[in-house]
Ligand binder design. Sequence first.
Ligand SMILES: NC(=O)C1=CN([C@@H]2O[C@H](COP(=O)(O)OP(=O)(O)OC[C@H]3O[C@@H](n4cnc5c(N)ncnc54)[C@H](O)[C@@H]3O)[C@@H](O)[C@H]2O)[C@@H](O)CC1
Ligand SMILES: [K+]
Length: 500
Amino acid sequence: MRTAYTSDQIRAAELALMATLPEGTLMGRAAAGLAVTCAGLLTGLHGRVYGSRVAVLAGGGDNGGDALYAGARLARRGARVEAVLAGSRAHEGGLAALRAAGGRAAAFDEARARETIGRADLVLDGLVGIGGGGALREPYATLAGLAGETPGLVVAVDVPSGVDASTGRVEGPAVRAHVTVTFGAYKTGLLVDPGAERAGAVELVDIGLGPHLPDPDAAALTDEDVADLLPRPGAESDKYRRGVVGIAAGSDRYTGAAVLSVGGAVRAGAGMVRFASAEEPVRHVRARWPEAVTTVLDPSLVLKSSLDEVGRVQAWVLGPGLGTGPDAHAVARAVLATDVPVIVDADGLSIVARDRALLRRAAPTLVTPHAGELSRLLDVPRERIEARRLEHTRRAAAELGVTVLLKGSTTVIAEEHRPARVNTTGTPWLATGGTGDVLSGIAGALLAGGLTCYDAASCAAHLHGLAARIAARGGAGGRSEAPIAALDVAQALPEAVRAL
Ligand SMILES: NC(=O)C1=CN([C@@H]2O[C@H](COP(=O)(O)OP(=O)(O)OC[C@H]3O[C@@H](n4cnc5c(N)ncnc54)[C@H](O)[C@@H]3O)[C@@H](O)[C@H]2O)[C@@H](O)CC1
Ligand SMILES: [K+]
């Protein structure tokens, strides 16, 4: 598991560790690790460090200190290092080390900074780290913009400047790095968009913080974690024990979403799928997935909140293509009145946004909105949600008393009193119609298989992203990606499980 922390958590751990070590030890470790990564990148570019040009953007705090000390190490290996000092003061020790190693440094001057950055092979962003707050002020903002114009590689020190290390929030100009070298532990803002996207590849330098770290603020599952969590059939298993998932989706008007959700559940390893809906979607599901046991719902029974005719299930998926009219509302009421875990997705979310009381139930509930749907659930503008994804996912979990999976560029999962989970798999090709319906089916299968909402959501997102990548590459070994359809994602699920 990759665990991540807020700035405050990191700072507290650093203080505790620092108290046990001679002054300067931590910065020495950080700068040494940073210099090794930069030297590796420069060697990759030119075959050597000697003679390469490095621009160090140094803020007034310790983040600038790290960058200046790393610059000094590169200068000692023959790099031509020039530092742009952005603050009214610079880290004294770092600046002296850089100068002693033959590097140059001067206070910010726009024309000169443009020239230095414009000819650099590598720009080291040491403007602000975990001490940053709010939008970058001048001249930091200008320098963050100039870093975007360099022909060279951009390496962010600890976090890309302009990205909030605790949340991934970006308010104004921010550095876009090829590589971020982060110290001691991952910061949550490096895993959550828009910060994650600004960070590029993240490398962790161990500075000995481990024993001082508290419970994480967020975590990302690895393939191994998902392999361990995934319910797998044993010799004793039969279809009932493996988990029966009920899917209440589709309507005479929308049949595709139902087919995709059932496909996700079948391919993710449900013991059995019971599909309940109107006549037309039932016909489509039977034609595409003969494995599913189908029931045409009698509206009068649903109105009495009875789903007895469907048979026993261990979890329900509610919503894809369901519609939002009175019949759909009755189905939602009946499903949410059951005593098993329920995933509410798509139209199901529109229904509960209008009738929040439906979410007050004893059994666990997982909601899987995208930003627009979460905007309706929380009554917060979509743009605010996009800019502060983690914060709003947590808020929804607390306010609604459910587990929340927010879909999007990085999928975030929140449940009260648990670290947020951040998904790291996927491909931009996933942004296509119907993939969310497949996700609901996968999560349903895992929930019916016995996972909690929190684990089912995290594992479903992981597998979904992995399957999408495999589908886009035409197989686990493929190198370049191509467009995919939602059904391709469902079809690639077995290969994703095999690849874990
Ligand atoms: N505390 C420690 O033990 C260690 C800290 N390290 C480094 O130290 C960093 C934290 O250092 P600091 O606490 O000095 O803080 P930073 O250097 O991250 O930021 C503080 C500086 O940024 C300026 N600043 C803050 N917000 C700004 C904004 N919006 N616009 C413009 N300027 C802004 C402040 O005026 C101050 O000069 C870490 O990110 C890491 O790089 C590492 O050396 C490892 C050890
Ligand atoms: K930085």
